[in-house]
Design a protein around this ligand. Structure first.
Ligand code: NDP
Ligand code: PYC
Length: 343
């Protein structure tokens, strides 16, 4: 650990991991959960995704303290149909449920060409790209969706109905990092607005409305009012799709139901996640190499004109973090260090 020029605290990724595990154990999480949850925070910090890095220790500790999370839940994996996996997370954080089901999901995708996994009854505060990147790194095409809490107004309205409802996609690339994107269907992730609030910074006036339905640059007011979807009616329709796919379709909560179930405790969203995995070999057989090469031609056409691929920034940040560690903002580090730590 060292201090950088701007007063930030520089940590190696191992130090981030050790800190994250200690805080999660100190908050009362079982070891299996602490290890799985810490890993996604290390990945967020490593890849420059600060809204889902170790800032989330404060979020996770809050959900635990408020009794929203089952700290020692043991995920139960079942197979409701040949190509389907279901993991009942028992009210625990989603990360361990994904870990427990992902091997079977990948196996089924290889056996049947396509498979889907529902995570049910989980508490979710994480980014989705670690999940689709993991599956794409194993040669599968992957999609993931999860609702959250009703914080986002539909296009044309100002009252929250949707969650920030991310969609993530992963595509395997021969010899390189997978093509991955992962974004909220709201104008930004809520975590980004929370970081603005913590830093006392205004937000752009198209991120959300205050409680009276007026546009505002006050982060606190947007958090108390309603966020906007990205891309107007298009983001709004995608947000609705996420609600349906990872809510009613898998027998789990919509974002409105999730916030109602929270009962004002201010915890992370409770509900489900849908992950779809497709094996390109299913459609393509021996021709898979030839067709994946055609995809590479499309990526070349994007990069060839100076545009960047989603995740390119993340992979570059990863290289830097693996070499130099990461810098944690001083106020965040101070707040994290006030939390109890366990072993
Ligand atoms: P961003 O808008 O920051 O980025 C979204 C995606 O777009 C990334 O894949 C990013 O790649 C890519 N991207 C950004 N700029 C460009 C560009 N100029 N050219 C090409 N690609 C680009 O994401 P959000 O704020 O919407 O979401 C952040 C995270 O929050 C997500 O990981 C999401 O899963 C998480 N989240 C989780 C929720 C939950 O309920 N669990 C709810 C909402 C959000 P790169 O990373 O390389 O910049
Ligand atoms: O940043 O919008 C968000 C978010 C919600 C749940 C997890 N992250």
């Amino acid at each position: 650990m060292s201090e950088d020029q701007a007063g930030g605290v520089r940590l190696t990724l191992d130090e981030v991991r050790t800190l994250a595990r200690a805080v999660l154990l100190g908050a009362g999480l079982s070891r299996d959960h602490a290890v799985a949850v810490a890993e996604t925070m290390v990945a967020g910090e490593r890849d420059g995704c600060t809204s889902h890095g170790i800032y989330r220790l404060l979020v996770a500790a809050n959900s635990i303290a408020r009794g929203v999370v089952a700290t020692d839940a043991v995920p139960v994996v079942s197979e409701p149909a040949r190509a389907l996996v279901k993991v009942d997370g028992g009210g625990g954080f989603a990360q361990l449920a994904f870990e427990r089901g992902r091997g079977l999901l990948a196996e089924k995708a290889r056996n049947y060409g396509i498979a889907a996994m529902a995570l049910n009854n989980v508490v979710h505060f994480a980014a989705l790209w670690p999940e689709v990147e993991t599956l794409a790194s194993e040669g599968l095409v992957a999609l993931a969706f999860t609702p959250s809490h009703a914080w986002v107004a539909p296009a044309g309205g100002t009252e929250p109905v949707f969650g920030t409802n991310p969609i993530a996609f992963g595509w395997p690339r021969p010899g390189g990092h997978p093509f991955v994107f992962d974004f909220a269907t709201s104008a930004v992730a809520r975590g980004e607005i929370e970081l603005h609030r913590r830093a006392g910074k205004p937000v752009p006036d198209d991120w959300g409305y205050d409680a009276n339905g007026q546009s505002t640059t006050d982060a606190e007011a947007v958090l108390a009012g309603a966020m906007r979807t990205f891309g107007g009616h298009k983001g709004s329709a995608l947000a609705a799709m996420v609600e349906l796919l990872a809510g009613p379709l898998i027998g789990d909560m919509t974002s409105r139901e999730s916030i109602a179930a929270d009962r004002g405790r201010g915890g992370s969203p409770i509900g489900g996640e849908l992950i779809v995995a497709i094996d390109p070999v299913g459609f393509l057989g021996d021709a898979v190499t030839e067709h994946l090469a055609r995809a590479e031609a499309m990526f070349d056409a994007i990069e060839g004109q100076g545009a960047r691929l989603p995740s390119q920034r993340r992979y570059a940040a990863r290289d830097r973090s693996l070499a130099d560690g990461v810098v944690i903002a001083p106020a965040l580090y101070r707040d994290i260090m006030t939390l109890p730590q366990g072993e």
